[in-house]
Write a protein that binds this ligand. Sequence first.
Ligand code: DGP
Length: 115
Amino acid sequence: MEDCIFCKIIKKEIPSTIVYEDDSVIAFNDVNPAAPIHILVVPKKHIATLLDVTEEDKELIAHIYEVINQIARERGFAENGFRVITNCGRDSGQEVMHIHFHVLGGKKLGDKIVE
Ligand code: DGP
């Protein structure tokens, strides 16, 4: 999608620190990290929000969790643990309208998921 910042990252029109890429998924470091490890895992297909996921995306969504699993093991933070967050819509504070999975770790995260 033309005005989508993550589509521009996928097309390499905007630079990012890519940590994983295949035909359907890209993962890169968040520009504004909230933890020592803060990776965004993003499908290359433009899906605006979690509410726009359909039956035809089920393999893609499952694949995203495989990718997260792989990244966590390869980058050495699987054992200590991590958190995966997908914001959806206004109350969540979703800023980028291209579905993405925040992978957070590298320290003991707060006990509360929401403030
Ligand atoms: P969300 O609030 O869930 O929509 O999170 C969007 C995240 O995307 C936020 O943590 C900052 C990150 N982000 C926004 N623009 C860019 C960018 O141009 N590059 C990178 N690497 N991350 C970005």
